[in-house]
Ligand binder design. Structure first.
Ligand SMILES: [Zn+2]
Length: 75
């Protein structure tokens, strides 16, 4: 009888652990939407460095890392 109680207790503990892990995995997905990490990278036409689109300067359909390179660039 003692052995059965021990087994049941282990089974309940294992089940609670699995439930806790599943809940943690789900809350991670909700806290960090995959789309939030996606950032479009643009390449500076003058020096070739990659930078986020939000920080890039655009001119004539080309992207630049800074105003100097934008002004230096000659197509
Ligand atoms: Zn540049």
């Amino acid at each position: 009888m003692l052995r059965f109680i021990l087994f049941a207790a282990l089974a309940v503990a294992a089940w609670l652990l699995v439930k806790k892990l599943l809940a943690a995995a789900q809350s991670d997905d909700e806290a960090q939407p995959k789309q939030a990490d996606v950032q479009t990278m643009k390449r500076c036409a003058q020096c070739g460095v990659y930078l986020p689109e939000a920080e890039a300067l655009e001119k004539d359909g080309r992207h630049f890392c800074c105003a100097d390179h934008r002004d230096q660039f000659h197509a």
